[in-house]
Design a protein around this ligand. Structure first.
Ligand code: GLN
Ligand code: MG
Ligand code: MG
Ligand code: MG
Length: 444
């Protein structure tokens, strides 16, 4: 709902809101926020809140640092947790230049740009249903995160009740108070690991929701003395955390463009070509949907995370799975994405990949209905099945060679991303780890 200025002023009065939290997202997916006393409400609604863009990762240089925050009033909501100093309402903003033009280095503006491309191709919305997973770790006496979980439960286990369960229930309640439509919340496969699924929404809203979701999870966990992490693989030897993305394209008249009742899989031409794009560009959007060094420790065999570029209607091992739902629920589930991804960039990248499939009528190659992990290397080779990149370094190389996926970010974002991620990988490469000392110190 897009509130009018008067409606907002009224809500502020009725609910006795004292602070405004103005949020946006930087290149690396970190939420940035500015807190304003409620006296600044009119200034905010008039797009007059200025900030220093040079202090934000991937934004601008010092000499062109004045930027403006334009609030998207449809994202207005009041945080449900108590605040000693009065209630806080938050609103998500887009970043603009001093002359009023949208700043192309703002990931949210960028996603809007890619959505417009899609609309020019005749679709109304790209719908995303995310399945973010996370761990809850105990904290030590100083409040720092440990690697200890406080349960020994498993997938869908309900008993015995523990604080992890209570915490997750509280997370769901907070989300519902904030207007989220939570469809499922359950314990995941690994100890201390949880998943909360919320209803699909259009790409922009879904990305906003993912950011808000992470904030809610971290805030509530803290109240329980727990640390919530969306790091993709916090512990070796057990499952990591993914963020499966369920996606579908809807037409102007509200139909799911991926559904065709007459096809053998009940999938439309549009679905097959979109899938073709997801297959063709898989290695190059990986750097965006799995953007940190640690992401690649999750994408290994044996932990329910994908390793190969393939799709299937019947099993869960490939990169893209097509869940059983048809009709309005017809969708493609990308299983590689993880919650470290900047959701604005990740969704723009997979949308651009799919749209490229539609523009060029790409065929839906790499269909496998057998378990790819059981195939020999030769069998996979014969079927033309390739691996996902195995390091951030390798993923960045594929991205550098793919103009289509680079265009999903635009010039400014790509340059900043390339630089930041190369620095990140170089820092990792220069670090000598315990694993290496244990393995080599005595042997050599
Ligand atoms: N945690 C698994 C992953 O890393 C997914 C498990 C599941 O949802 N079935 O993707
Ligand atoms: Mg799930
Ligand atoms: Mg899951
Ligand atoms: Mg899933």
């Amino acid at each position: 709902h897009l509130y009018t200025k008067d409606e907002v002023r009224q809500m502020v009065k009725d609910e006795d809101i004292r602070f405004l939290r103005v949020m946006f997202t930087d290149l690396l997916g970190t939420i940035k926020s500015v807190d304003l006393p409620v006296s600044q409400l009119d200034k905010l609604m008039d797009n007059k809140i200025m900030f220093d863009g040079s202090s934000i990762d991937g934004f601008v240089r010092i000499e062109e640092s004045d930027m403006y925050l334009y609030p998207d009033m449809s994202t207005w909501l009041v945080f449900p947790w108590g605040a000693d100093h009065g209630k806080v309402a938050r609103v998500i903003c887009s970043v603009h230049m001093t002359d009023g033009t949208p700043f192309s280095g703002d990931p949210r503006n960028n996603l809007k740009r890619v959505i417009k491309e899609m609309q020019k191709m005749g679709f109304n919305s790209f719908n995303i249903g995310p399945e973010p997973e996370f761990f809850l770790f105990k904290t030590d006496d100083n409040g720092n995160p440990t690697t200890k979980v406080n349960d020994s439960e498993n997938y869908f286990d309900m008993e015995p009740a523990d604080i992890g369960e209570d915490c997750r229930r509280d997370i769901v309640l907070a989300l519902e108070k904030m207007g989220f439509d939570v469809e499922a919340a359950h314990h995941e496969v690994a100890p201390g690991q949880h998943e909360v699924d919320f209803k699909y929404s259009n790409a922009l809203e879904a990305a906003d929701n993912i950011q808000t979701f992470k904030l809610v999870v971290k805030t509530i966990a803290k109240k329980y003395g727990l640390h919530a992490t969306f790091m993709p693989k916090p512990l070796s030897g057990i499952n990591g955390s993914g963020m499966h993305l369920n996606m579908s394209l809807f037409t102007q008249d509200g139909k799911n463009a991926f559904y065709d009742e007459n096809d053998k899989n009940q999938l439309s031409e549009t679905a097959y070509h979109f899938l073709g794009g997801l297959m063709k560009h898989a290695r190059s959007y990986t750097a965006i949907v799995n953007p940190i060094v640690n992401s690649y420790k999750r994408l290994v065999p044996g932990y329910e995370a994908p390793v190969y570029v393939a799709w299937s209607t019947s099993n869960r091992s490939p990169l893209v799975r097509i869940p059983n739902d048809r009709g309005m629920g017809t969708r493609l589930e990308l299983r590689s994405a993880d919650p470290a991804a900047n959701p604005y960039l990740a969704i723009a990248a997979v949308l651009e990949a799919g749209l490229d499939g539609l523009r060029n009528n790409l065929p839906p190659v790499h269909n496998v209905d057998e378990n790819i992990y059981d195939m020999t290397v030769k069998e996979r080779k014969n079927k033309g099945i390739v691996n996902l990149p195995d390091t951030l370094h390798s993923a960045l190389k594929d991205l550098a060679d793919d103009e289509v996926i680079k265009s999903s970010m635009g010039e400014h974002l790509y340059q900043s991303f390339e630089e930041a991620k190369t620095r990140e990988y170089d820092a990792y490469r220069a670090h000598v780890s315990d694993w290496e000392r244990q393995r080599y110190m005595e042997q050599y």
